[in-house]
Structure formats: structure tokens, C-alpha cells
Design a protein around this ligand. Structure first.
Ligand SMILES: Cc1ncc(C[n+]2csc(CCOP(=O)(O)OP(=O)(O)O)c2C)c(N)n1
Ligand SMILES: [Mg+2]
Length: 545
């Protein structure tokens, strides 16, 4: 049954915008060109504020910063040709990092394109491999197409959907109906599979859980905590799932993903476990060390996931595409709880935890670990953080103890540089009352530095911490490890603090922990953004990640 609910004349662009508003979207980010002006108008009329970024890639990351607060899909708005193409990296990121996003691009009408070439390219062909779906808007089907865009972006493993909007279609009259679509019900295992899984859980002497980002999208923190505590299961999280339970939890072994140093301690424990529970674990975040990290021929493995295992990074004996809270409840039912410390009689997880703490010490005088330790000591425990790609991020992800889900956001699927600054801008826009801090390497910061202008124009006061080592530290390290000549990995020391001031913010250059503490304290009290440039030596990550 469909029903006309809104009077004409609505434009197709209005129908799209109103559907996005219904999905919870209140902000769109991008840069208009002449071809998307109707969309800009429609978004604003629907109640969605259009923010002007300085680069489409950064626009998408600002949207992601907001998304981690409001849960709504990101709206990235780009004009045709160069605008759309500038957004490719963040769209691919949304695909690999499972961020729900609707990418609105303008395009010339099909009839026009038959005899016109300026800035015309097949945008759908560009976006198809890096999105879950790509549609061309049609005025007669505007509502169903925009509804599909939202549902595909937000159901199953989340991701981006592209909507190519021809100029005249945006402006064409369109009707709005109420599409009645019931979302899929929540499923849990039953029958023999459930009996087997329960038996393994009851018998396990050395159970270990690997927890990933599907848990965030199912808001499953509370049932996860009760399950892990009831059965006394130690757990490791991916970087994106850090904080899904507070990381000072006695069963928490911290995050894993990109650090060979951490893996050296964690992977032997994985091998030693007699039951692996992969709970919403999406291995797209992991490096090759986690490929077949366990052996289903020798260990019982239960994989609870949002999408089928087509990655082949690992295998399981029981694969469950099911709701995590419902599945954990079903597994627990009829399985006797364990007394505290009733698993792992040898206390090996505690030993691993101690070894990890020793491997990532908090008491270094300076250098990257000193910077991070000082930030942990000075910033509030609930500061909202973003991290860029590079050596600094690996160290930060291993050292930081998160207290809540999505506290530390980053690109850990695509691992792109240039995400941290715009993500912090978006996060601060969404949660102005919280302390919001980005951590970037000097090269990654330079990729996004134009957005300091946006922070300034929006009147936002995030704190941008920069690890200034005049080096692509992660790549320089790899080059040195391979005994290759030092080439194209070092660059100059620039005055990052002055860049902050140039855009109307504050800037501090710091060279020790006392100066860093003073700079952070001033930044937290400031009403404009602050750049904190932490001067560290080249090669500071040797032996530390
Ligand atoms: C857009 C992009 N280009 C290149 C890379 C490859 N890459 C990964 S880390 C890195 C070095 C980053 O340098 P910097 O931002 O200074 O951080 P550091 O490693 O020094 O902490 C590079 C070039 C990437 N991940 N993303
Ligand atoms: Mg660097």
C-alpha cells in the first residue's frame, strides 16, 4: 500500500533530502558546484545543514565524525567531475571501514551528455567498486531510490551508497509516498548448532573472545559485558572496537590490529585457547598476522558476524549470521556461569596483560610514547579522540585505554592519512561540550591542514595534536628495516603552531612533557581550536610498535 503524504510540488531533490532527514541526518558536508545547487537548496529546506569543507575528502571525514555521535548516515555532497573524484578516498574508506554514507553527486543529463564532453565522465562506474550500490536518480522513483540508498547504507555491514543526480532530475517534480518496509527481525541460533555451541562454551577451559566493530553497530556493549563476565572470557578487540567495554575491565587484553609488538604477545594466547569466540569481528581491520590465527581442526571456533565469511581470513566450525545480543543470550541460557577466574587455570591472560603493559610503557620522558602518556594524564578520561594513519596511530591505539565505544575513531580498514583532523572537526560539531582531540603525524596533518579554516569558520574548538618528526615515520622504518636507501620519506620541520594561528586558532610548539601539559590545559579552556605541535626526534618508534 502506498499513500501520497505530501502535497506537490516537491522536487526530486526534496524527496531525497526528506528521506535523509527521516534517517536522522542533520548535517551534510561537501563543496557545491553549479550542478548540485538544487540539492543544496533541498537539503537545507529539509532541515539538513550544508557545511562547506575545503576538500571533498575531508568533508566525508567530518561527516563521519558526526556519525559516530548521532548514528545517522554521513551525507557527502560533491559536484560532478573533479568534485566527485576528490571524494573517492573517503568513499572507499567508508566502504572498508563500514561507515554508512550517502554520496550525492551532480551529473549532466543523459541527453545532454550525448553531445557534450566537458567534465563528463561515468561517475557510476567510478563509484560502483567502492560502494555497496550506485544509483542514478529518477524523478518518478525518487522516493524508492533514496529509501534504498539509506537502507543499503545502514543494514548489514554498513557502507557508502552513491546517488548520481542529473541536474534536471533534481529539479523535476516528484511525489512522496510512504514506503512501508519492515526491517528484518533479529535472529539467534537454535537446534543442534545451538546445543553444540553451548556444549563448547560449558566445556571450555581456555576461552578467548575476539571482538570487532559489528558490536558497535548492534549497540551490544551491555549484553557483551554480561556474557564475558558470566563465562569469564578474556577478550581482545580490534582498534575500532576499542572501548566497547571500558579497557580497564579485568578481562580486557586491549586492542589488536597493526602492531607486530602487541601481536607477539597476543597471538600465542590465541593459539593456546581451546574456544575462540569471534564476536562481530570483521578482519578487514587486521594485518596478515591474523590470517588463520587459530586452527578450527584443533580449537573450537564460533564466529558470530553481520555478513557471511567471504573474506577467508580465518575459518570457524560454527558460523552464525545472527544478532549478537540475541545470540549471546541464547548461548548463555542453560550454560552454568563460571566463578571468577574459573577459566585459564594457568592465568596466562593475566601474564599477557602484564607483558603488554611492559611492552608499551607509560613513563617515557618524551618521544612519541611520552607525548601519548602525557595526553592520557592531562586530558579527561572521556576525551573523544581521532587518530590518523602512521606510526603514531599504532602506538596510540596500543597505549590508550578507552572508556566508551567510539571514543577513539580512526581509519583502520583503508588506513588512510588525512582523516583525523576532519573527523575531530565533525565530532566537535556534534559534541561541542566534550573535549575532542585529533592525533596526526606531520605528513597526515599537512594533507588536511586546509580544514583549519573550516574549524575556524564553524567556531569550533577541537585540539589538533601533531607528532612533528619531519618524517613519514612508519614508511621510513620499513625502508630502513629492508636496508633500502633513505629516499622520499624525510621532509622539513614546519611551524605547525603558526599554521594554527594563521587560521585564527591557537598554536603551541612543545618539546617536553611540562610544555605539552601547559598547552593542553590552555587548549581545553580556549574558545577557538588549538594546534599542539609536539617536536620529537626522527626514528622515535624504533622498537616501540
Ligand atoms: C593517503 C595515504 N597515502 C599514503 C599512505 C601510506 N602511509 C601510511 S603511514 C604513512 C606515513 C605517515 O606519516 P606521518 O603522517 O608523518 O605519520 P608518522 O608515521 O610519522 O607517525 C604513509 C605515507 C596512506 N596510508 N594514506
Ligand atoms: Mg611523521
Amino acid at each position: 500500500m502506498t499513500q501520497v503524504t505530501s502535497p506537490s510540488p516537491l522536487r526530486a531533490a526534496d524527496v531525497v533530502a526528506r528521506r535523509l532527514f527521516k534517517a536522522g541526518c542533520r548535517h551534510a558536508f561537501g563543496m557545491p558546484g553549479g550542478e548540485v545547487l538544487t540539492l543544496v537548496d533541498a537539503l537545507e529546506k529539509a532541515g539538513i545543514k550544508v557545511h562547506l569543507a575545503k576538500h571533498e575528502n575531508c568533508a566525508g571525514f567530518m561527516g563521519e565524525g558526526v556519525h559516530h555521535t548521532d548514528g545517522a548516515p554521513v551525507i557527502l555532497l560533491a559536484t560532478l567531475g573533479p568534485g566527485a573524484l576528490n571524494g573517492i578516498n573517503v568513499v572507499a574508506n567508508a566502504h572498508q571501514d563500514r561507515v554508512p554514507m550517502v554520496v550525492l553527486t551532480g551529473c549532466v543529463d543523459a541527453a545532454e551528455a550525448a553531445t557534450y564532453t566537458h567534465q563528463v565522465l561515468n561517475q557510476q562506474a567510478v563509484f560502483t567498486p567502492i560502494t555497496k550500490a550506485s544509483f542514478r536518480l529518477d524523478a518518478d522513483a525518487a522516493e524508492v531510490i533514496s529509501d534504498k540508498a539509506v537502507t543499503i547504507a545502514t543494514e548489514g555491514r554498513n557502507g557508502p551508497v552513491h546517488l548520481d543526480v542529473p541536474i534536471s532530475v533534481a529539479n523535476a517534480p516528484a511525489r512522496e509516498r510512504n514506503i512501508a518496509r519492515a526491517p528484518a527481525g533479529k535472529t539467534a541460533p537454535s537446534g543442534e548448532t545451538l546445543t553444540q555451541a553451548r556444549a563448547w562454551l560449558a566445556a571450555a577451559q581456555k576461552p578467548l573472545a575476539i571482538v570487532g566493530l559489528d558490536v558497535l553497530y548492534q549497540a551490544a556493549s551491555a549484553p557483551l559485558r554480561s556474557f564475558l563476565e558470566t563465562h569469564q572470557i578474556p577478550f581482545v578487540t580490534t582498534y575500532k572496537a576499542k572501548g566497547v567495554l571500558p579497557e580497564d575491565h579485568p578481562l580486557c587484553l586491549g586492542g589488536a590490529g597493526l602492531s607486530p609488538l602487541a601481536d607477539r604477545h597476543l597471538l600465542p594466547l590465541v593459539e593456546d585457547a581451546d574456544l575462540i569466540l569471534s564476536i562481530g569481528y570483521d578482519p578487514i581491520e587486521m594485518r596478515t598476522g591474523w590470517r588463520d590465527a587459530w586452527d578450527p581442526a584443533r580449537q573450537n571456533v564460533i564466529d558470530i558476524m553481520a555478513d557471511p565469511n567471504h573474506h577467508y581470513m580465518h575459518q570457524a566450525n560454527i558460523n552464525l549470521i545472527a544478532s549478537i545480543p540475541e545470540t549471546l543470550a541464547a548461548l548463555s541460557e542453560g550454560t552454568a556461569p563460571r566463578a571468577q577466574r574459573d577459566t585459564w587455570a594457568d592465568d596466562k591472560p593475566a601474564a599477557v596483560k602484564n607483558a603488554l603493559a611492559a611492552a608499551f610503557p607509560q613513563d617515557e620522558a618524551w618521544g612519541p610514547a611520552g607525548v601519548i602518556a602525557e595526553c592520557m594524564a592531562t586530558l579527561p578520561a572521556d576525551a573523544l579522540l581521532s587518530a590518523d594513519s602512521g606510526a603514531h596511530r599504532i602506538l596510540l591505539s596500543q597505549m590508550w585505554r578507552c572508556t566508551e565505544p567510539r571514543q577513539l575513531i580512526q581509519s583502520s580498514g583503508l588506513c588512510t592519512m588525512g582523516c583525523a583532523v576532519p573527523m575531530a572537526i565533525g565530532r566537535k560539531l556534534a559534541q561541542p561540550d566534550r573535549t575532542v582531540v585529533s592525533f596526526s603525524g606531520d605528513a597526515g596533518f599537512l594533507m588536511a591542514a586546509g580544514e583549519l579554516a573550516t574549524a575556524s569558520e564553524e567556531g569550533l574548538a577541537p585540539i589538533f595534536v601533531v607528532f612533528v618528526d619531519a618524517s613519514l615515520a612508519l614508511i621510513e622504518l620499513k625502508q630502513r628495516q629492508r636496508q633500502l636507501a633513505n629516499t622520499a620519506v624525510d621532509f622539513a620541520r614546519h611551524d605547525f603552531a603558526a599554521m594554527g594561528r594563521a587560521f585564527g586558532g591557537n598554536g603551541h610548539r612543545v618539546t617536553n612533557r611540562q610544555e605539552l601539559r601547559a598547552a593542553l590545559t590552555a587548549a581545553m579552556a580556549a574558545d577557538t581550536f588549538t594546534v599542539v605541535a609536539c617536536e620529537i626526534d626522527r626514528g622515535g618508534y624504533d622498537g616501540r610498535i
